[in-house]
Write a protein that binds this ligand. Structure first.
Ligand code: DAH
Length: 362
């Protein structure tokens, strides 16, 4: 069929021109269909190859194939151009403007302090233990040798739960390790009034009930008291409890340990002082005072920071340890207090308001 060979070049040129002129990807796809689709103009030309004579076919076939490759190359290069164009901002860009930084979240200052405390204790072989925030009176008070007339047990000071004597399944599960009944014959808190724990000391009992010495634990956790919120009080705050039980443990070990951790936390110039005090679960008992350049700057000589002492023999008896064999010490301090001194914060409520202007500083 005369003419086919001559038709190829103009057809190709028209197709390439149209592809190059496509203003966007959608238009380009449409143009592609119009030429190379099943009913496309170039496809029609290729179909006509079959009608050529044996002599004409090779030359025409070669020319059609070459043209088709050019079309496909033109299509690919226009597609790349258009895709690049689509990725570009529509508005002119001022490259001298400062970039937009993504805001990264951070750990809360109380979490940071807790993690630092835990890290220091881990270095000297302590492990983290945990216990329930909903406690029974036995674990919070009785097992810790805290008498019935102790002010902490007053409803004015402690949040009791209304469902009193009924223990939920969760409580049963956590005390399942309690092997023998307590000395009074009651089932270790079962059927007791429940309350929000007033201190983390209850976890000392829970751990000792479940395992034999030696014990080296720290217990960071939330505690609850019926305090009105002011600059130094909040109805919920956080403590870290520590307990060390082994043979031949002394108060010197206690002092050395506390000094090591506080130096790590607050700097080398830290000094620690023990003052005689009373806690029903330790004998002797102390309060720990602490001083440093920072404390001096706050206009104070010493700051009270923790309670501690040698574990009372009664407490050991309550968990089934022989007080003639085992010795130990325990301490408890407030995490907020430490964070306030460390960062120079004057109002405890700032920790709970979650104002990012405050939180961003740590
Ligand atoms: N539980 C005490 C409190 O809430 C702190 C404390 C004092 C914990 C002496 C102890 C300790 O383990 O031995 O203030």
């Amino acid at each position: 069929m005369p003419g086919l060979l001559d038709e190829i070049e103009p057809l190709k040129q028209a197709a390439v021109a149209e592809l190059k002129a496509a203003p966007d990807i959608a238009a380009l796809e449409q143009t592609k269909g119009a030429w190379l689709g099943a009913n496309g103009k170039f496809t029609a030309l290729m179909k006509r190859l079959g009608t050529l004579s044996k002599e004409e076919k090779p030359a025409a076939g070669k020319a059609v194939n070459a043209a088709k490759m050019e079309l496909e190359a033109a299509l690919a290069s226009r597609r790349e151009e258009l895709e690049l164009k689509a990725a570009f901002p529509k508005e002119p860009t001022d490259f001298t403007l400062p970039g937009r930084r993504r805001v990264l979240g951070k750990l809360h200052p109380l979490t940071q302090v807790t993690e630092d405390i835990v890290r220091s204790f881990r270095k000297i072989g302590f492990v983290v233990a945990d216990g329930p925030e909903i406690e029974d009176e036995y674990h919070c008070f009785d097992a810790l040798n805290t008498p019935a007339d102790h002010p902490a047990r007053d409803t004015q000071d402690t949040f009791y739960l209304e469902s009193g004597g009924h223990r939920p399944p969760l409580q049963l599960a956590t005390s399942a390790g309690a092997a023998s009944p307590s000395p009074g014959g009651e089932g270790r808190g079962e059927g007791e009034r429940r309350l929000l724990r007033t201190h983390t000391s209850s976890v000392q009992i829970r751990v000792m009930e479940k395992q034999q010495p030696p014990i080296r634990i720290i217990v960071p956790g939330r505690v609850y008291r019926r305090d009105n919120a002011d600059a130094t009080h909040n109805p919920t705050f956080q403590q870290v409890e520590g307990l060390y039980v082994d043979k031949g443990v002394t108060a010197a070990d206690l002092k050395g340990t506390v000094e090591f951790v506080f130096k790590e936390l607050m700097g080398e110039d830290v000094k620690i002082r023990f003052r005689p005090h009373y806690f029903s679960y330790t004998e002797p008992s102390f309060e720990i005072d602490f001083t440093s350049a920072l404390v001096k700057k706050m206009g104070k000589d010493w700051l009270e920071i923790a309670g501690c002492g040698m574990v009372h023999p009664k407490v050991f008896e309550n968990v089934g340890y022989d007080p003639e064999v085992w010795t130990g010490w325990a301490f408890g301090f407030g995490i907020e207090r430490i964070a306030m001194i460390r960062y120079g914060i004057s109002d405890i409520r700032l920790f709970y308001e979650n104002d990012v202007r405050f939180l961003r500083q740590f």
